[in-house]
Design a protein around this ligand. Structure first.
Ligand code: SAM
Length: 445
């Protein structure tokens, strides 16, 4: 097998994957350039994903070794050469001849792509990489090494849940999730869709909490699944469907969906409103709004008006006191969705990764409140498990608006850490982590 080509392709794929998302596109580009095929391609693919999975663990060791605080301060070729070497030396069986080749190929690549000093450093440090110690020294280490998730995430989880639940949560988010579909009852019945899935030989279960949500086990090619193309089903998590059910918009009402794209909740609300009334679907991201338009078209809805603006400007654009309901499914760290988005494992690394969202979340809450008519209701929701984005924001809001009433949510999930709020948990409810707080504006006295 052509080990040299595999090493060069892997180095390039790792460098590209820092810039190109999804990472499989970066891999494809690099592997094509070096014409990897057959057994060597399979080997290199396994190595590539294995590195990405344990990236944070490997990077911690690189930081210890080089003395830099953050691995991203290192030259990119050196950084990725070290990552690749650690994976191959510590976690794969390669021959002594291959180890020698690895050292000289990567030193050469670093020399030609960056700086002779970096190459020299790599050459010197290479023999120690094989001896790096990955045995856990604490319970926290054990969880990080077993479940491949940032130390910060594990610490936050330990603050939220008792020890046995921390492990259950981490186990759950390492499982491959089923595909979750919601049936559009304007166009199809749940029975009909269930039957269509069974006919494909796939196992399907109804959600115990939302009767229109189905979980499909096995691989369902959605692009070839007719009910999907016809807008009879949408991909949606049970916890996402619960958001629209909790807000409960009625036919004929005016609704503002303040962070609407790609439109999962917009189309669900349109369905609950029987396509009567009005939904302003606001989102700052035009590209994502294009996806929303496609979803709305497939759902067959005519009451949705997409608006590409910063939601914080919505009261100026739409006017104050115009909405019966506001859906605020706020932009967040998405820390409740790691099972679906494995890339997040090493992206939530410290407190500032949370705090960067809090400002915009609070700004959007203020805007949503202005949009509401007296007596109107706003659902504040996130797919984050962190209190800073959830209960803390609601507590802040209630202090600022003592006239706001927090409507007590009593199901289908568990109470949140602030009385009246609600949380869905992956390990308890078999869905993404989600937070809900329903706020009501006082009627005019
Ligand atoms: N509700 C959507 C659904 O069910 O499909 C998902 C919304 S997603 C959690 C958050 C959205 O907020 C993203 O589409 C993002 O573009 C949008 N966003 C971020 N900052 C915003 C802002 N200042 N104003 C409006 N939308 C914003």
């Amino acid at each position: 097998m052509n080990f040299r080509a595999a090493v060069k392709a892997l180095l390039e794929a790792l460098i590209l994957s820092e810039r190109i998302k999804p990472s499989q596109d970066a891999k494809r580009r690099a592997f094509n350039k070096y014409k990897l095929r057959g057994g060597i391609e399979r080997f290199a693919t396994a190595v590539f994903y294995s590195i990405l999975r344990k990236l944070g663990i490997i990077d911690e060791k690189i930081q210890e070794l080089t003395g830099v605080k953050n691995v991203y301060l290192l030259d990119e070729t050196l950084r990725n050469a070290l990552r690749l070497s650690i994976e191959l030396l510590r976690f794969r069986e390669i021959s002594n001849k291959q180890k020698k080749q690895l050292r000289s190929i990567l030193a050469g690549e670093i020399r030609s792509r960056s700086h002779p000093y970096a190459s020299h450093f790599f050459w010197e440090v290479f023999p120690t990489l094989e001896k790096l110690d990955f045995t856990p020294k604490s319970e926290e280490d054990r969880l990080v090494y077993t479940y491949y998730i940032s130390r910060f995430y594990v610490r936050k989880l330990m603050e939220l849940l008792p020890p046995e639940e921390v492990e259950a949560f981490l186990k759950k988010i390492n499982e491959v999730p089923p595909i979750s579909l919601r049936v559009n009852t304007l166009k199809a019945s749940v029975d009909e869709i269930e039957e269509a899935i069974r006919r494909l030989g796939l196992e399907v279960k109804r959600s115990p909490r939302v009767e229109t949500v189905l979980k499909v086990y096995g691989s369902l090619d959605l692009e070839r699944f007719r009910p999907f193309k016809e807008g009879k089903v949408f991909v949606q998590e049970e916890a996402g469907a619960v958001a629209s059910l909790v807000l409960n918009p009625k036919p004929g009402e005016v609704v503002v969906d303040l962070a609407a794209a790609p439109g999962g909740k917009t189309v669900h609300m349109g369905e609950l409103m029987k396509n009567r009334g009005k939904i302003y679907a606001v989102d700052i991201n035009e590209k994502r709004l294009e996806r929303l338009k496609e979803l709305v078209r497939r759902a067959g809805l005519s009451i949705v008006e997409p608006i590409a603006i910063d939601g914080r400007e919505a009261p100026k654009v739409l006017g104050e006191g115009i909405a019966d309901r506001v859906m605020l499914d706020a932009p967040c760290t998405s820390s409740g969705t790691v099972q679906r988005n494995p890339d997040l494992r090493w992206r939530i690394m410290d407190e500032k990764d949370i705090l960067e969202f809090v400002d915009v979340q609070r700004g959007l809450m203020e805007a949503g409140w202005k949009l509401l008519k007296p007596g109107g209701r706003m659902l504040y929701a996130t797919c984050s498990i962190f209190k800073e984005e959830d209960e803390d924001n609601v507590a802040w809001f209630l202090e600022k608006h003592p006239d706001a009433r927090l409507i007590h949510l009593s199901g289908p999930y568990d109470p949140g850490f602030l009385e009246g709020t609600m949380r869905a948990w992956p390990h308890r409810h078999d869905t993404i982590g989600f937070f809900y707080a329903l706020l009501e504006k006082p009627k005019k006295s």
